[in-house]
Write a protein of this length. Sequence first.
Length: 95
Amino acid sequence: MRIGELSRETGVPVETIRYYEKERLLEPPMRLQNNYRSYGDRHLARLRFIAHCRKLDMSLEEIREILNYDSSKPEEAGHIHFIGRLRRWMPESGR
């Protein structure tokens, strides 16, 4: 799918999708012969996840930490759990 379709499917503006690519939150998409970006189901799922996190008012750095979580390193799970607990208890006025 092209970027406009990805945008419609997720509700994320095209420029934001490009920004997430630049920030490496989204993997670079395959390029077609005409140099258009071509996104797959993995991009769609990941962008939906990012959009959901943003609706929860998570920062891009917090999202990046979760996306970079390595399940082969169980010691990292505590940090990810801490982010979730901190977000739940942080007063809205403090953000």
